[in-house]
Design a protein around this ligand. Structure first.
Ligand SMILES: [Cu+2]
Length: 272
């Protein structure tokens, strides 16, 4: 059972081990194993098989939960002791705080939407972007804007209904669309925009901070589940809604995995 820790609490050894595992995965198969995650995220921005799986849909949270599990398992091939850390942007809110240190994910891009110049992911020789909607082969960031506050998070966690019709980016009530960020208070989307650069694109998993941001979103969902219930009746829609993933429909491309299978993450990992 893994424990996912706050990035600010990682020891020097844990930071080094995480970076090494990410780079080892990227070095495998000429980059194709890491880049599978990038291209899958891009592919699942669109409607696939007449379903919205990853975004603008109720399965935004379970799809990314399974996606993170697959990525974490890929890291564990290189080092079984590595767990995904999370970035709590309600606490670490500057361009120089955790996780943006040179011993971990490195800092901001240079001048506007420029390449990252510090840390282990700076420059295409250290971290090459192979699959992207941009032409840059080095990682870019353009930090700035507004991160969600603790009060914003508290508002969203207080919404007891998981999701609501029409089950897309215009759902006006329900927790999921607020958490995903298509309605106020925008939580998840605004963090992608704040980091900028590759994080603001559909190929956002090119920036390793993607995993820490989504681990935090997953952690917030787990807090919502702790408050309102882990049982399967809490996920909506339960059945019979076309175009989105019901409780017992498969979360493609994760063979055989349904939202019902990932609601309770606690046997697999917990958050520190
Ligand atoms: Cu995201």
């Amino acid at each position: 059972m893994g424990t996912r820790k706050n990035a600010r609490d990682l020891t020097a050894t844990e930071k080094t081990a995480f970076v090494a595992a990410v780079k080892a995965l990227k070095a495998q198969a000429g980059g194709r194993n890491y880049d599978w995650f990038v291209s899958t995220h891009m592919q699942y921005f669109a409607v696939v098989n007449s379903h919205r799986y990853a975004h603008q849909s109720p399965s935004f949270l379970p799809w990314h939960r399974q996606y993170l599990i697959e990525f974490e398992n890929a890291l564990k091939v290189h080092n079984p002791a590595v767990d995904l850390p999370y970035w709590d942007w309600t606490v670490d809110r500057t361009t120089t705080s955790a996780p943006w240190t040179s011993d971990f994910l490195g800092g901001n891009g240079s001048g506007g939407n420029g390449p990252v110049t510090t840390g282990p992911f700076a420059g295409s020789a250290n971290w090459r972007i192979n699959v992207s909607s941009s032409t840059s082969t080095s990682l870019r960031r353009a930090m700035g804007g507004t991160l969600p506050s603790a009060a914003n998070v508290s508002t969203v966690l207080g919404v007891s209904t998981y999701d609501a019709s029409p089950w897309n980016s215009s759902s006006g009530s329900g927790m999921r669309n607020r958490m995903e960020g298509w309605v106020s208070p925008n939580i998840h989307n605004s963090v992608h925009v704040w980091v900028g650069g590759h994080m603001a694109l559909q190929d956002s998993p090119n920036d390793p901070v993607f995993w820490l941001h989504h681990a935090n979103i997953d952690r917030l969902w787990s807090q919502w589940q702790t408050r309102w219930g882990y049982d399967s009746t809490r996920y909506l829609p339960g059945s019979g809604t076309s175009g989105v993933v019901d409780l017992n429909e498969v979360l493609q491309p994760f063979t055989g995995v349904r939202p019902a299978d990932v609601l309770d993450h606690r046997p697999r990992y917990t958050y520190a």
